[in-house]
Design a protein around this ligand. Sequence first.
Ligand code: ZN
Length: 115
Amino acid sequence: MSSSSSSSSCYCSSSAPSPLKMAWTDENVGRRFFGCSKYLKKGDFVFHCKHFRWVDKSFPTLRDRVWSMYAEIDALKEKNEEFEITVSNLMKKSKKDEELILQWKTKAQDLEKEV
Ligand SMILES: [Zn+2]
């Protein structure tokens, strides 16, 4: 089985965590790794930061890749559900706020009439 972790930081000036990437070379198709975003710039052959770490300890078998993809999909689905709940709650709150504003506007108009 392959091991995985969600982030990896390097010690170069870039404070952002190294993104999880996937190798597409013939030797390592689908093998995941963390590489600093400054590792190589596009079209560049000079290493700006050599932070690099394989996530998959070896070339993953197709079964391992499929399993880890299923796990990633499940995690994304869970995150998506959380987002949907958050959005729904925010919409409810926004509607309540709008109703409150409307109530205050009506009150203000009533008061103006009295003056
Ligand atoms: Zn770095």
